[in-house]
Every structure is written in structure tokens, then in C-alpha cells.
Design a binder for this molecule. Sequence first.
Ligand code: BGC
Length: 767
Amino acid sequence: MTKIIQLFVVAILALGCSSNQQSKIQTTPCSSLETPETEAKIEALLAQMTLKEKAGQMLNIGLPALLAGNYWAPRDSAVFDTARFQKLIVDFAVGSIHNTPSFPATKKEWYRIIKTIQDSAMTKNRLKIPVIYGIDNIHGANYVNGSVMFPHQIAIAATWNSQLANKVGEITSYESRAASLVWNFNPNADVAMNPLWGRIAESFGEDPYLISEMTNAYIKGSQQKGLQDAASTAVCIKHFIGYGAGKNGKDRANALLPENSLRQYFLPPFENAIRNGAMGVMISSNAVNGIPCHINKYYITDILKGEMGFKGVIISDFSDIDFLVGAHLSAKDKREATKMAINAGLDLIMNPLDADIVEFIVDLVEKGEIPMSRIDDAVSRILRLKFYLNLFEVPYTNPENYTEFASQSHVDANYKTASEAITLLKNKNNILPLSSAPKVLITGYSANSMNILNGAWSRSFLGRDTTYNDPKKLTILDAIKKQMGANNVEFVEGTNYLEDINTDIAVAKAKKADYIIVCVGEIPATEKPSDINELELPKAQQDLIKKLANTKKPIVLVMVQGRPRIIKDIEPLVDAIVMAYLPGDEGGRAVSDVLFGNINPSGKLPYTYPKYSGNLLNYYHKKTDIRDVDWGYNGFYSQFEFGFGLSYTSFEYSNLVMSTESLKSAEELQISVDVKNTGTREGKEIVQLYIQDLIATVSPDSKKLVRFDKISLQQGETKTVSFTISANDLAYIGMDNKWITEDGEFEIQLGGNPKEMLKKVFYYQEK
Ligand code: BGC
């Protein structure tokens, strides 16, 4: 290829990757930016590098290791320790850095920190290779002080609006880049199968298709102008794999995943994300079938790099080389663990505290225990990402240029996302919206807290520190006072997370109120601190509702939580239930606007809300899972089903039409349905299409989501919604662990709520 043709190809590929101005998400893989030019640059650099320099590239160190004071010390300023800085940035020339200084720096402070690092790396190091900085900006640029803090991923999934996921990705990238942070350890593509898992809030829920759609939209938003653009960040999808399926629901617990489940449910979101341009994958700290993911060569090298053709960087999770030794008990020491992980295919090691990893790598290669080809593969990938991000030319960006940081339009997008996520789960006698409530009692753990609305990863790791809350943001209580006038609102805390504070006072005040709004919730937490031993909403919070119910006043329950906490005893005592998830900085406003009807709720559950702790099933279970003691098959006792959510208006579905009743492998099936707004106000509806394989050799799932669309309808308006499916949508993992579409009958289920689906059967035959 001549140089001119090469450049032309590069330009076309770059355009394909960046032309996502329209609302529809495109699928051109950004990895196609892999150009002969970049590859030649990588080779040239590699050829000059010593083994120690290569090993240095493979280390991702924690920022506090460069700073004065103890690694874990709380700080309010980032002062570099000269000796540590010299050792890590100059002598070891580390390839990558992660973490915060322990306080959320402003964009200007981040600029100073990253500029200092890059200026040294790019002048004092022999090869002048820039560092790549990774961060957990997982709901907005949450580690940049003053940024917009969006709802957590579970709420974004509940919007079922991929354009919003796209927007969140775009704004998060912009506000991260305003702080010179170029690589985001997000989005989370985990399939949250176990409702006990503490990081459900950080995931897109339990359905692989919804997760894939949302992950892709987020990636497109983050990288839409191309990775070289100063408003894009590279994503790092995580956690590969099975983190959300730990057998006991605890953080980093062993998951038992047979090959067919792995391939059917867990791999597709990652596969799609890689096809859509993800250039980073973080390995999960847990073990699958007892094998720690970090040493699973089959997963990392054969599947990720082989089958999926992944060309980007595979990074370990936090301190996972130590975890292989001290927690998994799979390696006798850190040197052996390093060898196992790198030989399994790991490229970049998140080793927060020191550079010992570099010395192990050098020694292991010198002694022939890790082949140099493996090191070259790892370093090439790291350099490739740095080239794609244009870090050699633009290692940091001037924060002053990011004039839209935390702008009104970003705040509006945040509010819109929170509003569209909120899911109305119960509305007895249409008690909501509350139009004319003269006196309201607000009580409960989450009623008056910004931290609970924002959850973990909010300026601080656990999100419990109130120091950095924006005083202009409204809690649920603040927003309701603003709506109703402070004189009409009584507030009593009632309980904290686990204990009664003053429920008696709450009950006394309730007697004088016209309505009671009880806001329950989970304590902000992630990882180990998010583990629980029972899924029930904490007893003290349930007791508050039981006591209030004795007053016979109408009760509206607002839930601010990541996980579906069991509420079967209190559900009958309340008149309305509003699920807010973890709705972020604009969540208080959005909740109030839903309660008072300024917003018509349009979210639907992205997970199954269980009723009993002994019946924790996903919606895509097997028929034998729901076999009842009376020998029937009705034993799927969810409190609320996946895909369920009410509106203040009503929708009617009719005229389900299929283009054919007998589909062949090379053909497509067009399906359409009319949706009418039969209520009294404008509303948004999520039209969901499921397919049930009626007979399959491997016992079929109850159903699977294959398409969805969110539409807006004026009062009385009808729209025809159409979907196209093909044989691929009918496929499942067969007896030989490969995708297969078997001949036979399939049922289409189409509608807006799981219990009211229109159904039709068609026949599929390969030839
Ligand atoms: C978490 C990851 C996170 C990493 C870096 C880990 O403990 O599991 O999700 O990206 O820390 O902060």
C-alpha cells in the first residue's frame, strides 16, 4: 500500500469510528484504527526497549505511591515525594497510574498532577513514553471535584434508553478529559445474576442483551469522536468474568459457570463491547469454577485475545497478584503469581503500592520462565493504546478549554437520565401523582442524604464522606420542600440504615399528616463493604413502615438502593412504590418531580425483584426451576418482574403482525405492533420483544429479550413499532457448547409489561 492510500484508509476508518452524531448507535469497531503506521511505531519502540523498560510499561501503580505520606493516608493535597517520584516515574518508568490522591481533585489540580508526571516521563525517560492514567469515573467523572454525578449504571439500564447511556458516556469522557484523565475503568459489562451481589448498582442488570446495548451505547458516547479526540476517553470494560455470579453473592466470590452459561450469558456483552471499540478489559478478581480469572489462560488468551480478536490492553484488578497468593491460595508467592498471570495473558498489572512486579518480570524473563514474546505482546498492546489516545502528542489537556464542564446542559442530561430511570412499581388507586397534599410527613434513612442518592464511588471510594457534596444539590426532602413549601413538610429521620432513631416521633407526626413519604435505602458501599448476609431490607427500616401503617394514612414508599432488597412484608402496607435506584446528584429533584407528576415515570426494572430469599431466580430460568410443591409450574415468585414498571398514563397493544409464520435461516422476520396511549397524559413506553424457544434439546430458558424500543406517545396517539429478527436471535448454546438454532416452534412475546404480553408462534426451519 502506498503511503497516500494508507492515509486514506486510516481517514476512512477514523471517520467510521467517529461519525456517531446520529441517535442510532453505529457498530464500526474503533479497533480498526490499528494501522500499519501505528504498528510500525510500536515495533520501532519495542526494538529499542530494554527488558526493564518493557517490564516498567507493564506496571500500573497507585498515585499515592508517588505522594508524600502513607499510601492510605487521608490527604487534602497531593504533594509528590521526590524520592518515590524519581524511583517510579524515572528509574522504573512505569507505564500506567491509577487511583486518586485520596481526595477528589479539581480539574485544575488533576492537570497539575498529570502534567508533572507526563513532563517527567516524557523528558527524563530514555524513550520518552507517556504514562496512561486510569480512573474509576463510573457515574460521571465522580473523582473530579465539581463534575456532574450521574445515576449509577443500574439506573441507566432502567431507562432502557440507549441514547441516554450514550450521552452519559460522552459527558463522562468530556469531564474526565477536562482533568486530563484519559482512560476510564468503565463501563461495567458484568451480568448481575445474583441479587445479593453488592455491585449490582454498578452493572446494567441481569439481561445480557440489555447489558450489551447499554454498554455499546456508553462506549460509543465515550469514544465517539475517535480516541484521538481530546473529548474522548478510552473505556476499560470490566470485570472479565463472572463477578456478578458469585455463588454466595459476596464480593469476589467463586462463581460456578459451566461452559454453556459462560458463552450464552456472560461473554456476549464483552464480545459486543470489543466489536464496538473497547480497547481495555479488566480481569475480575474472582475465581470461576475455582480457577482465579487472572491465571485462566483459556479465558484471557484463548477467548479474549483469540476468539474475540481483542487487540487492546488486559489489565488486572486492584492488587490481584497479591490476591492470587493471599486469597486464592493459588501461588506460593508474588513472583510465582506474576508468572502465572502474565503467562495466562495479562498485559498490565494494577499493583498499587510498589514496583516489585517489575523486578519479578525481569527475573522471570531472564530465567526463561516467561517468554519474551509474551512480554512483547503485552507492551505492544499498552503502547498501541497510548498511540490511539495520541498521548505521545497530547499527554494532557488544558482544563480551561473544557468550558462545558458541569455546564447546565450536562446537568440537564443528568436530570433527564435520573427522571427516565425512576420506576413506578405500585400505584394503588392512582394515589400518585400527589397533586394536592396539604401536609406531608417525610421520613426514612434516605430522605435527606445526598450520599445515599449517589452511592459509592462519589468523590470518595465508599461515597460516605459528606465533605465534597455540592451544597446546591437537593436531597429528596429539599426537593419536596421546594415543591410544596417548607411549611407543609414535616421531616423526621425515623431510622438510620440499621437502627431505629426516633420512629415514635415519626408516628406521632404521621398522625397529623395527609400523606407519608417513607424513603428507605442502602448504605453507600461497594466491593467488600457491600456484602450482606440477608437480602431483606434492614429490619429497622421495615419496622418504621409497619408502625406508620397503623396510622392508616396513605404511604408512599421510595426506595434508594442498588440491589432489590426484599420487601414482601411491607409491600401490602404501602399505597405506592417508587424505585429510585442510585439516581445521583439530580436524584432528589427527579424523585420529587415523579411524586408530584411533573415527570411521568417511564423506567422499567433491569432485574428481577425477588419476593422470597429462597426463590432468587433470573427471569431467564428453566421450567424445572419453577416447579411447585403442588406439582404445577408457577413457582416463580418475583415481587416485580424484569421489565416491569408503571406509568401515570396507560398503553394498549394491538395488531401484532408477523411477516411470516415460517422462517428460514437466510430470512428475516418482521414483527410489528400498534401501541396506543389510552390514558390522560403524554407518556413514554418501553416496548419489549421476547422470544421463547418452545422445545430445545438443552432445556430452554423461559424467554429471552431480543429487542426493545422506548417511544413517546401523546394522549390518544398510536404508533406502530417494528422489529426485525433473524435466526441468530433464536440461537442458544447447544450440547457441544456452540451457538445453534434448532428447527422448531418459537413464541414471540411483545408488550410493555411482562404479565400483559401479546403472543404469537412461528416455526423456524433451517432450510
Ligand atoms: C475494583 C475495580 C476498580 C479497581 C480500580 C477494584 O478494587 O474491583 O472495579 O476498577 O479497583 O480502582
